[in-house]
Design a protein around this ligand. Structure first.
Ligand code: NOJ
Length: 554
């Protein structure tokens, strides 16, 4: 296992091969991590200045959400130039300095790649708007004629993941010709037009983007909407069922994984995407240092997840089933079992994740307050004992909860597109509130200024800051540090996990001489034999209290 030793940090190229298989990777949402220039928005120099926090936490790598040039309608997931940094975040020199400093500290660095769509401000889309239907410029995106009289109805019935139709008329685009007869597809915001990946120019462009960042020394890519690049060629109507939302990309679809497998989804998970990833695999393999890529693919089953990590495709894919599981021992057990059953045949190791910038923070999902925090710690400790790689989301090491952001401060296109409809969606701002580093009032050391950053921080975060928790051995931060230290001691253990059939509401699995027990029930349960090496909360003699996990050895 690749791990950091704070006293003797490995250089990223000296930690052996396939470092990613068991790496702990920390997600930084750049708007909200640290603000060096005091404009209220995080930036690259801010990240560089705070990297010691990650070294001290004991993670192996960081993944940074997009920092490219972008109008920021979806906070960087709407890219207008893939080979430049948005001035909001800094410069290419700042990016180089960040990569260099991360490597000095023994941290690898993964950047976010957004290949499904660009911003409508991208030069290609602007050229497409300025060109005629049928032109080569339009052929890089999905422009189609409308249906119905005068083509005034969208080409098909697809819904945007963020609400409303997935099609907009060129005539209604601020930069479009008011007489233009065509529509364009956007599975997300109308400012995020989808590329047509059947056009080879698109693949060639992205190969250039990969090489641009690989040449700058990044260790890998997190690939956005990896299951979305190709759409069924006919662009036929979707057969929709009651309550079905636009898509499977932000974890907000109300259907369970099992139900989703039954749904008709001509826009997701088409077989052609895998050709792209085989090509990218080859590109990465040309570079030294074991570069990797991880797919953000909201697939509908463990089997379809496994297709992304066949030996000549991705190194990793997010295993969102773990994050979607309810607080239930049998649900957790099913996910663990299905994950290993599906990945074993392709030789991949799993990933585990509980939070990211698109979902409700897990402390809140598990009930909030003391209960939510106890469960969150227990689930995290359980996850970190499983073989494979784990992803942490900024602020979870502080036990942060989802913030109830007031409507006037919300910025998520998911909210902006639905707020005036019958089904408003609150959006994802609540998990993106800037990090509290120190002090007792906003901006809690997030930036040098005074007052609130781009999303207001709650009063009462003073006890949750990094500075406050660093000196408290009982804090969530101290807990994360000790779990990550103890995890290094699991490096020699087998990758084979045996899940005990669930009785009651207790998850038990073994990995070599390690036994992990998670009590999801409401009563204490008797502990199996073994020495408790780590517990997520107080353990009462031979009993494991509710909402608590332990690691036992021997
Ligand atoms: C998934 C990203 O994680 C999310 O934040 C974004 O809005 C969509 N993809 C669209 O790029």
């Amino acid at each position: 296992m690749a791990g950091n030793d704070a006293t003797n940090p490995p250089t990223p190229d000296s930690t052996g091969t396939e470092w990613w298989r068991h790496a702990v990777i920390y997600q930084v949402y750049p708007r909200s991590w640290a603000d060096a220039n005091g404009d209220g928005v995080g930036d690259l120099p801010g990240i560089t200045a705070h990297l010691e926090h990650l070294r001290d936490l004991g993670v192996d790598a960081l993944w940074i959400s997009p920092f490219y040039r972008s109008p920021q309608n979806d906070h960087g997931y709407d890219v207008s130039d893939y080979q430049d940094i948005d001035p909001l975040f800094g410069t290419l020199e700042d990016a180089d300095a960040l990569v260099a400093r991360a490597h000095e500290l023994g941290l690898r660095l993964i950047v976010d790649l957004v290949p499904n769509h660009s911003s409508d401000q991208h030069a290609w889309f602007q050229a497409a708007l300025a060109s005629k239907p049928g032109s080569p410029e339009r052929a890089r995106y999905l422009f189609r004629d409308g249906k119905g009289p005068d083509g005034l109805e969208p080409p098909n019935n697809w819904q945007s993941v963020f609400g409303g139709s997935a099609w907009d008329r060129v005539a209604e685009h601020p930069d479009g010709d008011p007489d233009d007869p065509q529509w364009f597809l956007h599975l997300f915001d109308s400012s995020q037009p989808d590329f047509d990946w059947r056009n080879p120019e698109v693949g060639d462009m992205f190969e250039g983007v990969l090489r641009f960042w690989l040449d700058r020394g990044v260790d890998g890519f997190r690939v956005d909407v990896a299951h979305g690049l190709f759409k069924e060629e006919s662009l036929r109507d979707q057969v929709r069922v009651e309550g079905q939302k636009g898509g499977a990309s932000t974890g907000e679809d109300p259907h369970s994984m099992v139900e989703r497998a039954e749904l008709d989804e001509p826009m997701w998970d088409q077989p052609e995407v895998h050709e792209v990833y085989r090509r990218w695999h080859q590109v990465l393999a040309e570079y030294p240092g074991d570069r990797m890529m991880v797919a953000e693919a909201w697939t509908s089953s463990a089997e379809s997840m496994a297709r992304f990590v066949r030996p000549d495709e991705y190194q990793q894919t997010f295993n969102f089933a773990w994050l979607l599981a309810s607080w239930s021992a049998s649900d957790f057990a099913d996910v663990v079992q299905h994950t290993f059953d599906a990945l074993e045949p392709v030789g991949a190791t799993p990933t585990w994740v509980l939070s990211n910038h698109d979902v409700i923070r897990h402390v809140t999902r598990y009930g909030g307050g003391t209960l939510g925090l106890a469960r969150a710690r227990a689930a995290t400790m359980t996850m970190l004992a499983l073989p494979g790689s784990a992803y942490l989301y900024q602020g979870e090491e502080l036990g942060l909860e989802q913030v109830d952001v007031a409507p006037e401060h919300r910025t998520d296109p998911n909210w902006l597109r639905t707020k005036d409809t019958d089904e408003p969606e609150i959006g994802r701002d609540g998990c993106r509130v800037p990090m509290p580093w120190s002090g007792t009032s906003a901006p809690y050391g997030f930036g040098p200024g005074e007052g609130q950053p781009w999303l207001p921080q709650p009063s009462g975060w003073g006890s949750l800051t990094v500075a406050a928790q660093e000196t408290d051995p009982e804090s969530t931060l101290a807990f994360y540090r000790s779990v990550l230290t103890a995890r290094r001691g699991l490096a020699g253990l087998t990758d084979s996990v045996k899940v005990t059939p669930v009785t009651g509401d207790v998850l038990t699995f073994t990995r070599g001489d390690l036994t992990v027990v998670l009590n999801c029930g409401s009563e204490p349960v008797e502990l199996p034999a073994g020495e408790v090496v780590l517990a997520s909360g107080p353990v009462d003699g031979p009993h494991l209290p509710a909402d608590t996990a332990v690691w036992l050895r021997g």
